[in-house]
Design a protein around this ligand. Structure first.
Ligand code: SF4
Length: 221
């Protein structure tokens, strides 16, 4: 039986994930991600086995959520844009007539644009984890490598590559008017007040929120 891209987990229904909208969250592979952020919450929260819904099971779940009055399906991960069968999964959600928001770290602008063009999404929640600059100081690079990769030894170009790709994603999203788009920043303790202001400035024309940082393990500063 064909398996969907979504994990067989309890589906949380909440008004908090997309403010004021009753939404339900589906997860793609939690471990499929090209970043390794400082204390990644998703990876720590779900360490169980990753069984997937079949398409039949998914159809049943979605129909039930429809009856319960859910207004929006949120697709989270891992990094959903890296999931091979994401489009198939989104097509099924759209068949049941749900709007969909995909949560992304923004490093895959080609997929973001393709999903918009194919009308498979109604918005994105894009994480902007550090200020986006053309030049970073050595101390910024040191902090931002820890934010993005949990590793200060990674080459500097990885931070620049992240910033470039995220900028392309933001500019792509700017071209379209998607009703369920927002930008988010985790209030990492590694960010300074200046960093936070630079991120707010970059995103001032969009809905943007700072989310609290919840440590998942002891912090080694
Ligand atoms: S982008 Fe998200 S899923 Fe990937 S490592 Fe960072 S916090 Fe975890």
């Amino acid at each position: 039986m064909a398996l969907s891209p979504f994990l067989k987990l309890d589906i949380p229904v909440t008004f908090k994930d997309h403010p004021g909208v009753q939404s339900a969250v589906l997860y793609t592979d939690i471990n499929l991600c090209n970043l390794n952020c400082f204390q990644c919450h998703n990876r720590h929260a779900y360490s169980g086995k990753e069984e997937r819904f079949t398409y039949e099971e998914l159809r049943e779940k979605l129909s039930m959520l429809k009856l319960l009055g859910v207004e929006l399906i949120i697709v989270s991960g891992g990094e959903p844009t890296l999931e091979e069968n994401l489009e198939e999964g989104l097509k099924l959600i759209k068949e049941i007539d749900f709007p969909v928001r995909v949560d992304t770290n923004g490093t895959n602008p080609e997929v973001v644009e393709r999903l918009i063009e194919r009308k498979l999404v109604d918005g994105f929640a894009v994480d902007v984890k550090i200020p986006l600059k053309d030049e970073y100081t050595p101390s910024e690079l040191q902090r931002f490598k820890r934010v993005l990769f949990s590793d200060e030894g990674i080459p500097d170009k990885a931070v620049y590559e992240y910033a470039n790709r995220l900028r392309i994603t933001i500019n792509t999203i700017k071209k379209y008017s998607l009703p369920f788009t927002l930008f988010r920043t985790v209030n990492y303790p590694l960010l300074t007040e200046e960093d936070r202001q630079a991120i707010s400035e970059e995103l001032k024309s969009f809905p943007h929120q700072f989310n609290p940082f919840y440590p998942v393990e002891e912090i080694d500063e």
